[in-house]
Write a protein that binds this ligand. Structure first.
Ligand SMILES: [Zn+2]
Length: 131
C-alpha cells in the first residue's frame, strides 16, 4: 500500500494497521459527550490502541506541527489576497483554529499512532484466523 492510503486512513481517523476500524467511538467531532473515548483495541483487527500509559502525550508534537501548518497556510493565503494586516490574520486564525480544534485533536492522535503502527494488508484476516 502507498503512503497515500496511510494519509487517507489518518484523515478518516481509521486504524493505521487495517485502515478499517474506527479510532474513536464518537465520530461526531462537534459532540462533546464521549469526545475523547477510544476503544482499547481496533474493532476489526484487534490492534492495541492504548500501547502504553500516556502514549497519546506524544500526539502533542503532531498537534503542534498541524497547528503551525494551519497558521502558515492562513498567513500565506491572506497575504496572497489582501494587504498585510495583523489584525485580520489574528481574527481569521482564531476562528479557523477554534473550528478545526476538535478534528486537529483527533487527527493528531491518529498521526501519532500511525507513526508507531505499520499498515498490514492481512491484519483483519490474521485476527479472524486466531479467533
Ligand atoms: Zn485495525
Amino acid at each position: 500500500m502507498s503512503e497515500f492510503s496511510n494519509i487517507i486512513a489518518v484523515a478518516k481517523l481509521k486504524c493505521p494497521k487495517c485502515h478499517e476500524g474506527d479510532l474513536f467511538i464518537n465520530k461526531n467531532n462537534y459532540r462533546y459527550k464521549g469526545f475523547f473515548n477510544m476503544p482499547d483495541r481496533c474493532p476489526k483487527c484487534h490492534q492495541d490502541f492504548q500501547i502504553e500509559t500516556g502514549f497519546y502525550y506524544g500526539a502533542m508534537y503532531s498537534s503542534y506541527a498541524i497547528t503551525v501548518a494551519i497558521n502558515a497556510g492562513i498567513f500565506l493565503l491572506l497575504n496572497l489576497f489582501f494587504e498585510y494586516n495583523i489584525g485580520l490574520f489574528l481574527i481569521v486564525d482564531a476562528i479557523v483554529l477554534l473550528v478545526t480544534m476538535p478534528y486537529v485533536f483527533k487527527v493528531s492522535r491518529a498521526v501519532w499512532l500511525a507513526l508507531m503502527v505499520k499498515y498490514d494488508s492481512n491484519a483483519i484476516k490474521k485476527h479472524e484466523s486466531k479467533a
